[in-house]
Design a protein around this ligand. Structure first.
Ligand code: ADP
Ligand code: ZN
Ligand code: MG
Length: 484
């Protein structure tokens, strides 16, 4: 049986986080009353002229530098002509032959792979304006009429086009996650897929394993989450492989993903037949980007997730898996880094943040920014464990109280008298009492069944309400049990 492998290239649209639109001064704010963020320019009235937003260019260049693209010193805006009711001008201003930037790359990590093992190459990044939006939900006569909201028309976008370097649905997911993480770190895009600030079209073909030629590709649209990109790709890859096995030929087409049924279906060909008749935008001069401008933007680049991850592994000794997870989102990475520095114990900080804190935050449906425990307080808690003031077990109880808003860990420990018992004589007394109360268990141990030690430790911890220092308990128990 012939085996097939998928070949995938993704086209991602990212909305730039500028305050105003790309060619006019209208606000870009999401969620405003329909058709309130509009003016003659973004509505495409006759006689108006677009003026390029400098901030949008800065953001686009920032994204291009962070993905290692070469910036074209001269790029050209072009008109992409088509008719659709959400497109007031009848054309979209985009870039075509000479885009803003070319030839970049994005590192991806998949489970079990080592960092830096694979990069997805970028073909290009170009700037363009968004179209408006057709809305139906909850509006009058929406079964027979479409309503159109032009608030989004003219919002600045970058389109990031990848080479067909992605070879599984899982890699596509990893690529999107990393790309989103980079854009959000850069603070050029808020990365919110539900609000449409990040959108993705997926191109996929299959070919016989070992073949160098590319198969015929299908473009999938209507993907509104990373998970749906994965689901759509998995379905489409299987569909193409089965069709080829049956002797059919794949037709190049655009398909839509139906998330409810988990399948891709052909778009009606009428919607698809498009000849955009691109030509250079006569109302905008070529975009000239000076070396000095690029250098200015380069200086504003923050430490990127991949660099930070490397540093967490190298400087802090974190396992690669933890470092990857903790650097995906900047607020989480910032939180963790503060805990790690203030506590002086990065590994403990990673454990506390990744399991105890995130577990409680998830259960409370809170993000890291909404954490009731500050990173400084969590660091104090870790220091209390490390200097022997409290045991790790008690620390979890203290943390519960901190999470519920009861204040600083030292205050909670003092209030409940939770300080660890490190006084040997107190532990000796507790050990002796447990042995005296359980003569038959003690006889078993002395008869060679040393596995009962754990049981004894448990009993001593119970009588001390978990406050005895476990290492001391172990040591003293062994002494007392071996000398009758
Ligand atoms: P189009 O002319 O349809 O826009 P492009 O060549 O510009 O096609 O590529 C668009 C996207 O499709 C890119 O992300 C590219 O990597 C991807 N792509 C191109 N050819 C293939 C193929 N045979 N299989 C999968 N993806 C492909
Ligand atoms: Zn406007
Ligand atoms: Mg193309």
């Amino acid at each position: 049986m012939t085996a097939f492998e998928p070949v995938i290239g993704l086209e991602v649209h990212a909305q730039l986080k500028t305050a105003t639109k790309i060619f006019c001064g209208c606000p870009t704010r999401f969620g405003a009353q329909p058709n309130t963020n509009v003016c003659p320019v973004c509505l495409g009235m006759p006689g108006v002229l677009p003026v390029l937003n400098r901030k949008a260019v800065q953001f686009a260049v920032k994204a291009a530098l962070a993905t290692e693209c070469s910036i074209n010193r001269r790029s050209i805006f072009a008109r992409k002509n088509y008719f659709y009711p959400d497109l007031p001008k009848g054309y979209q201003i985009s870039m075509y032959e000479i885009p803003l930037a070319e030839r970049g790359r994005v590192p991806i990590e998949i489970a079990g792979g080592f960092p830096g093992a694979k990069h997805v190459r970028l073909t290009r990044i170009h700037m363009e304006e968004d179209a408006g939006k057709l809305v139906h939900d909850g509006l009058p006569c929406s079964d027979s009429y479409s309503h159109v909201d032009f608030n989004r028309a003219g919002v600045p976008l970058i389109e990031i086009v990848s080479e067909p370097d992605i070879t599984s649905a899982e890699e596509a997911y990893a690529y999107l996650t990393r790309l989103r993480s980079i854009l959000v770190y850069l603070d050029v895009c808020d990365g919110n897929m539900e609000e449409g600030s990040l959108r993705c079209d997926a191109n996929v073909s299959v070919r016989e394993i070992g073949s160098a030629a590319l198969g015929v590709k299908v473009e999938i649209k209507n993907l509104n989450s990373f998970r749906n990109v994965m689901r759509a790709l998995e379905h489409e890859i299987a569909r193409q492989a089965e069709a080829i096995k049956r002797g059919e030929r794949i037709v190049q087409e655009t398909r839509l993903f139906d998330a409810d049924r988990g399948v891709t279906e052909p778009m009606r060909s009428k919607e698809e037949a498009m000849d955009y008749r691109y030509f250079p935008e006569p109302d905008l001069p070529p975009l000239i980007i000076e070396e000095q401008f690029i250098e200015e933007v380069r200086r504003t680049l923050p430490e990127l997730p991949q660099a930070r991850r490397k540093r967490f592994i190298g400087e802090m000794g974190l396992p690669p898996q933890d470092a990857g997870f903790l650097t995906l989102e900047k607020p989480l990475a910032d939180y963790f880094e503060t805990v790690a520095r203030a506590s002086g114990d990065p590994r403990a900080a990673a454990n506390w943040v990744a399991s105890e804190l995130l577990g409680r935050l998830n259960a409370a449906k809170l993000g890291i920014e909404g954490s009731p425990v500050t990173p400084e307080s969590l660091a104090s808690l870790i220091r209390l464990i490390n200097d022997g003031t409290i045991s790790g077990k008690i620390a979890k109880t203290v943390f519960d109280e901190m999470f519920a808003g009861s204040g600083e860990p030292d205050v909670i420990v003092a209030r409940h008298g939770l300080t660890q018992i490190t006084d040997e004589s107190a532990i000796v007394a507790a050990v002796e009492k447990v042995i005296a109360d359980n003569p038959s268990q003690a006889a078993l141990y002395r008869g060679g069944k040393t596995a009962t030690l754990g049981w004894f430790v448990g009993q001593v911890m119970k009588t001390t309400q978990g406050k005895a220092n476990p290492a001391l308990v172990n040591k003293i128990l062994k002494e007392k049990l071996s000398s009758p």
